[in-house]
Design a protein around this ligand. Structure first.
Ligand code: NAP
Length: 270
């Protein structure tokens, strides 16, 4: 039977592409869409097509009341945790695409999902190539002991760092901590200039018009440097395939799984 999928943020840059991807899939049913400004309108009409008989819900609670198997969230950093916990409370699996959650939020989500036996997959980036950046960076960190992370986005992006940079820094922390730079307490000048400390990695968020989103890991060794960088284009297409992969796998997950790469390489392994 087709999985019943709800998309929160379905009129947004990413959520709309994901909702269209669900509509185009034979094994998935678009059972609910959430967005506040066009609540009550037919989603087909909102997309500029013929009506599809599915009204946009103004809240995630209304969407959950329709009976979902999976909720996908691409809304806003201030809303995603409450949406995720509400879905878990109803026994609905969740794909967390929205950025802005920190380690303590994920710990809370993990506890709630574990207690309910519900699957949650969160990834700072659902693009397959961005996950390769993370995979390659983790390998580099095993051989080059010093690195910093740079996160580039449009000026209006409200949260720092990007979900991609946050997840990358947390993963690099599992490999080790850069050691060579002058410790922050002995740094002379405004310490903010050295970026945020995420698991021991300095993360620098650049917010300028002209960028879509990019993430770069720089590894430095005496007399040489390695840069691994991912640049997103202007469309949301790259996130759709990864999100739908997660939608199809999430019911085999119990508790929280972080990182699309863990699904990708698990899938490749067999
Ligand atoms: N993990 C990834 O691969 C990935 C990829 C792209 C983006 N993102 C992240 O996904 C999030 C969304 O990005 P975007 O560029 O798609 O945003 P966007 O274009 O601003 O769209 C946001 C969507 O969420 C809805 N929304 C906003 N606040 C809401 C709330 N409180 N309750 C319910 N719906 C709400 C908006 O509609 P209304 O305002 O009408 O409610 C709209 O449909 C950001 O955090 C972004 O960083 C992650």
């Amino acid at each position: 039977m087709a999985l019943r999928v709800g998309v929160a943020g379905a009129t947004g840059w990413t959520g709309r592409a994901v909702a269209e991807g669900v509509l185009a899939s034979e094994d998935l049913t678009l059972a609910a869409v959430v967005a506040r400004k066009v609540a009550g309108q037919d989603f087909g009409t909102v997309l500029g097509r013929d009506p599809i008989g599915l009204a946009v819900d103004g809240t995630v609670e209304a969407a959950l009341a329709r009976g979902l198997d999976v909720l996908v969230d691409y809304t806003h950093p201030t809303a995603v945790k409450a949406h995720t916990l509400a879905a878990i409370g109803k026994g609905v699996a969740v794909i967390v695409g929205t950025s802005g959650l920190v380690a303590a939020d994920y710990a809370e989500i993990e506890r709630a999902a574990g207690a309910k036996g519900v699957g949650v997959i969160a990834s700072g980036n659902f693009s397959v190539t961005a996950n390769l950046l993370q995979y390659f960076a983790e390998i580099a960190a095993r051989f080059v002991p010093d690195w910093e992370v740079f996160d580039y986005a449009k000026a209006a992006k409200p949260d720092v760092p990007s979900g991609t940079a946050q997840q990358l820094a947390e993963r690099l922390a599992e490999v080790g901590r850069p050691k060579s730079a002058t410790p922050i307490d002995r740094t002379i000048g405004p310490k903010e200039a050295r970026g945020a400390d995420i698991g021991g990695t300095r993360v620098h968020s650049i917010r300028l018009p002209g960028y879509v989103i990019a993430c770069e890991a720089q590894f430095g060794a005496p007399d040489e440097r390695l840069t691994i960088r991912h640049d997103a284009g202007s469309g949301a297409g790259p996130y759709v395939a990864g999100t739908l992969l997660a939608v199809r796998k999430v019911r085999s997950v119990k508790g929280l799984l972080r990182g699309l790469d863990r699904l990708m390489f698990a899938a490749n392994a067999g």
